[in-house]
Design a protein around this ligand. Sequence first.
Ligand SMILES: Cc1cc2nc3c(=O)[nH]c(=O)nc-3n(C[C@H](O)[C@H](O)[C@H](O)COP(=O)(O)OP(=O)(O)OC[C@H]3O[C@@H](n4cnc5c(N)ncnc54)[C@H](O)[C@@H]3O)c2cc1C
Length: 365
Amino acid sequence: MLYDTIVVGAGIAGCSVAYFLKQKDQKVLLIDKAEIASGGSGAAGAFLSPKIGVSSPLKDLTDEAFAFTIDFYEKNFPHYYHKTGVIRVPKDEIDASKTSKYSKFHNAKYEELTPSKISQYGFNVRYNSTLFFDGGTCDAKEICTQLTKDIDFLCLNVGNITKIDDIWIVGDVRAKNIILSTGFENNLFDMRYMGIKGTWGNRGDFSSQLSLDVSMHESLSISANMGGVIKLGATHELEVMDKKPCDDSKSYELLEKASNIIDTSDFKLIKTYCGMRSGSRDFAPVVGKVIDVKRMFEYPYILDGRKYPILYHENLFILNGLGARGFVLAPYLGNELANLIVEKKPMDKRADSDRLFWNWVRKVK
Ligand SMILES: Cc1cc2nc3c(=O)[nH]c(=O)nc-3n(C[C@H](O)[C@H](O)[C@H](O)COP(=O)(O)OP(=O)(O)OC[C@H]3O[C@@H](n4cnc5c(N)ncnc54)[C@H](O)[C@@H]3O)c2cc1C
């Protein structure tokens, strides 16, 4: 069968874009070397909150995505998004001194809370913090599964993608378009200009009767109590190339940190998750067409700094580099990418991976 689009990688990125393409009546095949949400997405605490800081392209993009995605999850997957509110706690004195300064840049509904007010929610913190009412947490694996429930799935470790007569070939299957959403393993084509790197992290799910109605995020995230389960999560080991050992000691490290913030006396570990999230050279998402680096380097003076029209791999696309906010950004950007592929709407410049190319060429020299 000839598919319209094959999506390689079934994390929240691949599942989201597959969903929006299917909505546009495309024949879509989703491929993963393991099961759905078996990479970073399955490990994620999947907290959703807006970005704090002064206005910037990445902050504005993230906030637009936050508004879009909350609405999307609530309308389509209400059982898997828990709008608990998220309290964002400054991690140190310097961070705390900026809380009020940043408030005029918030685009989502919020309230500033003192430590004594926050203690009424069950958290012991030192600094004034910000409660975002629409924030919350989703069930990571279930959301990915629901997004793709009507979509063909193939379990295959893709090692090679070729093209004959404008048709892409992956193993025994064929398609007009390919989307790469392989997370930190971004090596199926020469995409060094995007500078994708991994950050390793852990999540521990604990059973507890602690009454906790709101989620919070500091250097670790603590979820509200959802049916007797509280999630603790953090990603912290930067620029990791390979997966690391994963055992329960990681969850107990998170538990020890959490015990300074909440009463963890009845916590019992249910399961430990570990995974990698991927970030780009400038920490913003990389979405859109993929540049054909080999053909670009055939231009005679490209290494001398001369710029030329960009040449792409025809009908090859990427959705990656979602950083610590995959569950916020993926539905929004998955929709944008589906619009580019089907309706030829230009990609949002803030996410378009082209922005990274010329700087990288300068450094190659
Ligand atoms: C511990 C932890 C906590 C996190 N907490 C949050 C949070 O609270 N909120 C939030 O929004 N985000 C969070 N994140 C980040 C979020 O998980 C990522 O942004 C998200 O997973 C990125 O999704 P992805 O689809 O790009 O990558 P992944 O989920 O890693 O998916 C990539 C997929 O590609 C597949 N693949 C790779 N190469 C191949 C190949 N050659 N052939 C076939 N398949 C291939 C992999 O098997 C994998 O399933 C967290 C991450 C971690 C690790």
